[in-house]
Design a protein around this ligand. Structure first.
Ligand code: KG4
Ligand code: ZN
Length: 298
């Protein structure tokens, strides 16, 4: 709501809102019976990557709660949080390695995920992320923020998906890149007199997803994967989900994707990683150790 009125996230405002809301949010969880102070055994808090102000508010608040409840606090990587939502997929991940596409507002990368080992980044975008391109084009079109859901809604209403044509990026190379597509889309908007928003969104979305699919397909052919996963905010898009499901089927791989409401950022992400850390399933990163890097005098 706050970010939609500014059509983007302003770091200082995000930090201030975190500070003002975080305690209410926790109190609401207690009041609505989602948790009790007694049944929290550990805390997971996102430590990065992200906006430093908002991260600092979350980490300090979590450290305080951990101390008062005398329970461990684990620092969680935001990307790891997205990947771990795959444990909540309708069908649990069966065997590894799984090739995961993480497409969000800050990242668009292919990961080789070999649980319980840490994941390995195959490549990240060379410039903009997929979500960033959706958000920027939505903004130029005068749609809401974040832009992905609005572009999806317009695309669903399109009657002529081929009215506008875009160039699929990086056809002869490996990697992701969205800045060229974004510039092409911006120019088309500026040059068009009677833009049909539905058809425009459908073609733009189609091209962006073709790029994601082509690069993922290329990597599937060159590696020996046991499954295909799709995470990050952009994975909330139903069209992308079904195209990835189809791609997995074509390669006879298990397809894993989080439930729709866990595709975009949410509190379950750090919680599920922290739970695995507290059970010793993966290497624990205690928040106190992460903090000591900043507070030690050496
Ligand atoms: O993972 P996320 O919630 O936050 C970040 O870590 O960045 O991803 C947010 C991104 C935004 O760019 C938003 O436009 C995009 O995910 N997104 C979508 C959809 N829902 C959210 N993109 C395409 N279709 C959607 N339905
Ligand atoms: Zn995210």
């Amino acid at each position: 709501m706050i970010h939609s009125s500014t059509k983007g996230v302003i770091p200082q405002i995000a930090a201030k809102e975190h500070f003002e809301q975080i305690n209410h949010l926790f109190e609401n969880c207690l009041e609505e019976g989602m948790v009790t102070s007694e049944n929290i055994s550990s805390i997971g808090v996102t430590c990065g990557p992200g906006l430093i102000g908002a991260l600092a508010v979350g980490a300090s608040w979590a450290a305080g709660l951990g101390e008062s409840l005398r329970i461990p606090v684990y620092g969680v990587n935001h990307l790891e949080g997205h990947v771990f939502t795959l444990f909540l997929s309708e069908e649990k991940p069966k065997s590894f390695p799984i090739l995961v596409l993480l497409a969000s507002g800050g990242h668009t990368m292919l990961l080789n995920w070999s649980y319980p080992d840490a994941f390995r980044c195959i490549f990240n975008t060379r410039d903009d992320s997929a979500g960033e391109a959706f958000d920027k084009i939505a903004r130029i079109l005068g749609l809401g923020f974040p832009g992905g859901p609005d572009i999806e809604l317009h695309a669903e209403k399109s009657k002529n998906k081929k009215r506008y044509r875009f160039t699929v990026p990086m056809r002869n190379r490996s990697g992701f890149s969205f800045s060229g597509l974004k510039t092409e889309a911006r120019k088309k908007i500026e040059e068009s007199k009677n833009l049909n928003i539905d058809d425009f969104c459908a073609s733009f979305q189609d091209t962006a997803f073709k790029h994601l699919l082509e690069q993922t397909s290329k990597e599937l052919r060159s590696g020996s994967y046991k499954g295909l996963g799709l995470v990050g905010g952009v994975s909330a898009n139903k069209r992308l989900r079904s195209e990835f499901e189809h791609l997995a089927k074509k390669h006879s791989l298990q397809f894993v994707v989080p439930p729709l409401k866990l595709s975009t950022d949410n509190g379950v992400m750090p919680a599920i990683v922290a739970e695995k850390m507290s059970r010793g399933e993966i290497k624990a990163k205690k928040l106190s150790k992460i903090f000591s890097r900043f507070t030690s005098s050496e």
